[in-house]
Write a protein that binds this ligand. Structure first.
Ligand SMILES: [Zn+2]
Length: 337
């Protein structure tokens, strides 16, 4: 997916509110005071005044979200297209994880079709995944022979799926945290599933990155209709510490190639119409057809091609820890570590 699309929005019902009894406290620091941030994709966003944690102030209801994730076939399709690229990425992640824990039993929460499980198996791990998107889970099970269970850690349903407490040496969450209604509760469940001394590795967008600072609400990698939470290194560290983890370290990743760069910049400048004209896009929505036209614009014209492939100073941004992907790993206290 090139850009956030309003058509993919987990639709907000009239009067969508946090479910009854849900805590309004900050899941990262426990703070209770939030400042309004901006509106985007028909949602309002707010920021914790204590720790800077950001979230959608009016998220879709649990029923709407479950429907969205279980039915959406686009997710499985997108993941399939990127299987090879992602396989390499997961080998890199696991290599880093293995500096802190030896291969044993690993759980990937939100594993999609299971590319991470393929990489983990190749490295000697016994790999289990959970996924809400049924087509993605079925593809991984049937075509790749993986152990993927359709369940959500948020509802406590993992117990029925045979995921036992203190039975994992590592838990991976790759771009899952930002989708969760209760990231703190899920981190608590992850803590229970891990053996003492085991490691939790999580990767998600970093709202303290340079692109978010430059583009604000128009930072389309982080601010999408599916992302209910946005973390910075500070707020994520706080959340993990409050759930009983010792943070071992973090990195931010930045990619020189970024097809969103021009899109984000033009939206930030209020020049989306100009971009449409350049790409020959008719109509208002940035649908699949419009995205095709945009991608053609990026690949066929020299300047856009240069800007989206070579301009971004990825190495410098990574060295300054201002990359848009935040990877953090933490140990469950109580073991040898
Ligand atoms: Zn907070």
């Amino acid at each position: 997916m090139v850009t956030g699309r309003a058509s993919d929005t987990p639709r907000k019902g009239a009067g969508a509110v946090r479910e009854e009894g849900a805590s309004l406290d900050c899941p990262a620091c426990g703070g209770r005071s939030f400042a309004p941030l901006f509106s985007m994709w028909e949602h309002r966003y707010e920021e914790c005044r204590e720790c800077g944690f950001q979230r959608m102030a009016d998220p879709p209801s649990p029923v709407e979200l479950d429907g969205f994730y279980s039915e959406s076939r686009q997710h499985a399709f997108d993941a399939y297209q990127e299987h090879e690229k992602n396989l390499k990425r997961f080998h890199k992640i696991l290599e880093r994880l293995e500096r802190s824990v030896r291969p044993g039993r690993i759980l990937d929460v939100g594993c999609s079709m299971g590319t991470s499980l393929v990489a983990a198996s190749e490295r000697g791990w016994e790999a289990v995944g959970t996924e809400l998107c049924v087509p993605a889970a079925e593809y991984g099970r049937e075509e790749l022979g993986l152990d993927i269970r359709v369940t959500s850690l948020e509802e406590g349903a993992f117990v029925q799926e045979g995921l036992e407490e203190e039975s994992f040496d590592a838990v991976l969450m790759h771009h899952t945290f930002e989708h969760l209604r209760h990231p703190d509760r899920v981190a608590g469940i992850v803590h229970r599933l891990l053996r003492p001394g085991a490691v939790f590795y999580t990767a998600q967008p970093n709202h303290a990155c340079l692109k978010a600072r430059l583009f604000g609400a128009c930072w389309s990698y982080g601010v999408t209709p599916e992302h209910l939470n946005l973390f910075s290194p500070r707020s994520l560290k706080l959340l993990l510490a409050r759930q009983g983890f010792k943070v071992l370290g973090y990195q931010t990743w930045s990619d020189r190639r970024d097809p969103r760069l021009i899109y984000d910049l033009m939206r930030r400048l209020g020049r989306e119409d100009t971009l449409r004209r350049w790409c020959g896009i008719e109509g208002e929505s940035f649908d699949d057809k419009a995205q095709e036209a945009y991608v053609a614009f990026l690949t066929k014209r020299r300047l856009p091609y240069f800007v989206s492939n070579f301009l971004w100073p990825a190495r410098l941004v990574g060295a300054l820890r201002l990359g848009q992907d935040l990877h953090m790993h933490a140990r469950k206290l109580g073991g040898n570590g």
